[in-house]
Design a protein around this ligand. Structure first.
Ligand code: CMP
Length: 143
C-alpha cells in the first residue's frame, strides 16, 4: 500500500496546529501508520533537504527545522502521496488555495507549516530516513 512521509514543522507545532493537521488526514480517510514528536538532528535535516543544498535558503531551512520539535508521520492509503500534496497546498502559502493547510494557516514560504513527500520514490526515501521498520505499524480499520 502507498505511503507518504508527512512532517509538521516547528511553526505548525508551535502554533498548536498538530490536531487540526492530523484531523485533515484522518477525515480524508488515510491511515496513520507512524508518528513521533522529535528534535531533529542537524545531519538528518541536511539529508532530508539534500536536494536543496545549493539553494540560498538551505542553511536557514536546516536552522529552522532543527530549532524546535517537529511531528514526523507516515500516512498510508491509495494515492496518498498526491492526495497529501493537495491537502497541504502549494509551497508558498500565499499562492496556496484556501481549504488547503498552507492556504488556510500560512503566509510565509519559509514557515509553511508542513512537509509532504513530492513523489512515491521520494516518500520511500524519506520514510527510510526518518523511521525504522519497528516504528511503523500496518493495520486495517475494522469498523
Ligand atoms: P518543503 O515542502 O518542506 O520543501 C522544501 C522547503 O524549502 C519548502 O517546503 C519551504 O519551506 C522551503 N523553501 C522553499 N523556497 C523557499 C524560499 N524561497 N525561502 C525560504 N524557504 C523556502
Amino acid at each position: 500500500m502507498e505511503r507518504s512521509f508527512i512532517m509538521i514543522k516547528p511553526d505548525g507545532v508551535q502554533r498548536n496546529l498538530v490536531g487540526e493537521i492530523i484531523r485533515r488526514f484522518e477525515t480524508k480517510g488515510f491511515t496513520l501508520v507512524g508518528l513521533k514528536l522529535m528534535a531533529v538532528p542537524r545531519e538528518l535535516a541536511e539529508k532530508h533537504y539534500d536536494v536543496h543544498k545549493d539553494r540560498p535558503f538551505f542553511s536557514g531551512l536546516v536552522e529552522f527545522i532543527t530549532s524546535s520539535p517537529v511531528i514526523a508521520m507516515v500516512w498510508e492509503g491509495e494515492g496518498v502521496v498526491t492526495s497529501a500534496r493537495k491537502i497541504i497546498g502549494a509551497t508558498n502559502p500565499l499562492s496556496a488555495e484556501l481549504g488547503t493547510i498552507r492556504g488556510d494557516y500560512g503566509v510565509s514560504v519559509g514557515r509553511n507549516l508542513i512537509h509532504g513527500s513530492d513523489a512515491i520514490e521520494t516518500a520511500q526515501r524519506e520514510i527510510k530516513l526518518w523511521f525504522s521498520e519497528e516504528e511503523l505499524t500496518s493495520w486495517e480499520p475494522s469498523i
